[in-house]
Design a protein around this ligand. Structure first.
Ligand SMILES: Cc1cc2nc3c(=O)[nH]c(=O)nc-3n(C[C@H](O)[C@H](O)[C@H](O)COP(=O)(O)OP(=O)(O)OC[C@H]3O[C@@H](n4cnc5c(N)ncnc54)[C@H](O)[C@@H]3O)c2cc1C
Ligand code: FES
Length: 508
């Protein structure tokens, strides 16, 4: 199981990966094992297979069933946390390397589509950064200077933004991109097959051990995969308890999509300056009509229960700006990890010699996933890359960054303290299809009542590091506010870092 087993369906899930992947029932030996079949893992597998490695890919759920299926699929190399902010924290070289690596990622996607004949609706289009309020116009000027200093020579000030929505000034970033993420992954999977890679679904990895210049990966099916190198591309690294998880924070973000007449909205990427959560907009062109995709309304994972209101606000916001938007056909949510110094963690895994990782996707995990694949390919093949220091997972975090994460963890603890007595006092108060926290025999219990009326009871202690999970009524799952694990209504892990189920509680 994975995030594909959460309740909502994205627009992209109408075209799932077509390859019917088997489970791995026993043992396997390979040159490189890639754990995780999202954009990061499949891109890494592709790069390594192209350079002659024997590659195996495993996923604990459907291939492509993780956050890549829940994205909005902007391919942007303008930093969504802004070059101006990265410059203040890590300086100009960091900005240059970030720009260079993200631009290389979008170019690489285009090149792979051409080489492998992948038809995934890829187009290079303009990106526009627009002010949410008049007062933000000044910030745009600063960001333009920072983006140009990072290398974005053709970033431009325009007096009128895209289409009817934004009549005021905006920044224009040429040659960004958009695609259909699952059609792209489907193409990568076919290419991997042609190159002799093996791919397995429903095969969770539950342990990693380095011994005698090999890595032994234990599968949840009782087997062991032995590999010379392992890449952990599980969106959130499952094999580390503390490193990394103290440097990034999980956020839920929401998306709606609806049909719109052809030509009514610009085929562009658009995002605004709204704080704390910006809006992001794009078009998915169709034959007779287009689909408008609008996202935003983020909150720290596990710290909101008003998902319906958030989705309603997104729709209202979209209709004000795009009056020709038809009925909303898709509503979904997903999770991103915000790295505290704005840069993902990609490279050799802390505590290991032969294990590499890609995490800290922020709202740009598609491009950082592909940049990560290029970086790890070069680390494995050449032993070094010019981008290694920028993304080093072991880097020291600067002061502001450390405070950011502390605030997040304190907030999660506060939240847990509020709930000491549970959310309901009787199991009778939990209606069919709902979940709630209840104190049973002195222990905080995650209780869910199925539509048929049966009760499923689990410990509310997250199996990663013991934080109290919260019911997500929109996705019908339990979310952990500390480091972003998700569990199904009856406690099965859907999203890491946790990889073991919530422990079952027997009804009294
Ligand atoms: C609503 C939303 C909008 C977004 N918009 C954008 C955007 O416009 N542009 C952009 O660039 N990014 C965007 N992002 C971010 C981006 O989509 C993600 O960061 C990216 O898809 C993550 O890819 P991934 O390969 O790291 O993870 P995933 O796609 O989650 O893949 C990880 C895989 O690992 C598997 N796995 C986990 N643990 C194990 C284990 N123990 N054993 C085996 N397998 C395991 C999972 O099942 C999963 O399939 C958005 C994200 C969301 C949620
Ligand atoms: S994800 Fe770390 S404690 Fe839950």
């Amino acid at each position: 199981m994975n995030a594909a087993n959460e309740h909502s369906r994205s627009l992209w899930m109408e075209h799932p990966i077509t390859y019917d992947s088997p489970r791995l029932p026993g043992d396997l030996t390979t040159d490189v094992l890639v754990i995780g079949a999202g954009i990061a893992g499949l891109s890494c597998a592709y790069e390594l297979a192209c350079s002659g490695h024997q590659v195996a890919v495993v996923d604990r759920g459907h291939l492509g069933g993780g956050m890549t299926a829940r994205t909005s699929a902007h391919l942007a190399f303008e930093l969504d946390d802004f070059f101006e902010e990265l410059h203040s924290l890590r300086g100009e070289d960091a900005c240059r390397q970030y720009y260079e690596s993200q631009r290389a990622a979008v170019d690489r996607i285009e090149e792979i589509c051409r080489q492998e004949s992948i038809d995934c609706d890829l187009a290079r289009i303009d990106g526009y950064f627009v002010p949410a309020e008049e007062k933000d116009i000044e910030y745009l000027r600063k960001e333009l200077d920072a983006a140009r200093a990072a290398g974005f020579a053709d970033a431009q000030w325009v007096d009128t933004g895209p289409g009817a929505w934004s009549s005021g000034p905006a920044l224009r970033f040429p040659r960004q991109g958009r695609f259909h993420p699952l059609k792209y992954l489907d193409g990568l999977v076919s290419s991997l097959h042609r190159r002799g890679a093996t791919l397995f679904a429903e095969t969770p990895i539950v342990g990693l051990e380095e011994k005698n210049d090999q890595v032994h990966a234990k599968t949840g099916r009782g087997g062991t995969i032995t590999a010379a190198r392992v890449v952990v591309a599980t969106n959130s690294p499952f094999h580390l308890r503390i490193p990394i998880h103290t440097k990034q924070a999980p956020y839920r973000t929401y998306v709606i999509a609806g049909r719109t007449p052809k030509g009514a909205a610009a085929d562009a990427l658009i995002w605004d300056t709204l704080e704390p959560s910006y809006h992001y907009v794009r078009l998915q062109p169709g034959d007779a009509e287009d689909v408008l995709i609008v996202g935003g309304e983020d909150h720290k994972t596990g710290e909101a229960a008003d998902m319906d209101e958030r989705l309603a606000r997104l729709e209202e916001w979209a209709r004000e700006r795009f009056p020709e938007l038809g009925p909303i056909t898709h509503r979904w949510s997903g999770q991103v990890f915000e790295p505290s110094d704005y840069v993902p963690f990609i490279g050799k895994s802390p505590g290991y010699e032969r294990v590499y990782l890609i995490t800290g996707d922020s709202g740009e995990g598609l491009t950082t996933g592909v940049a990560g694949a290029l970086l790890i390919r070069d680390l494995i093949n050449e032993g070094s890359t010019p981008w290694a220091d920028l993304y080093d997972p072991d880097r020291l975090m600067l002061r502001g960054a450390v405070e950011f994460v502390k605030e997040n963890v304190d907030a999660a603890k506060h939240w847990a303290a509020h709930l000491r007595g549970g959310e309901v006092s009787s199991l009778e108060d939990i209606h069919p299809g709902e979940g709630a926290l209840i104190k049973l025999n002195g222990k905080m219990t995650a209780a869910y009542r199925t539509d048929e009326g049966d009760l499923k009871l689990c410990s509310a202690s997250c199996t990663h590091m013991g934080c109290i999970v919260r019911w997500n009524r929109f996705e019908q799952c339990w979310d952990c506010p500390c480091h972003g694990s998700h569990f199904s209504a009856d406690g099965e892990p859907l999203q890491g870092p946790a990889f073991t189920p919530l422990s079952k509680v027997e009804p009294a």
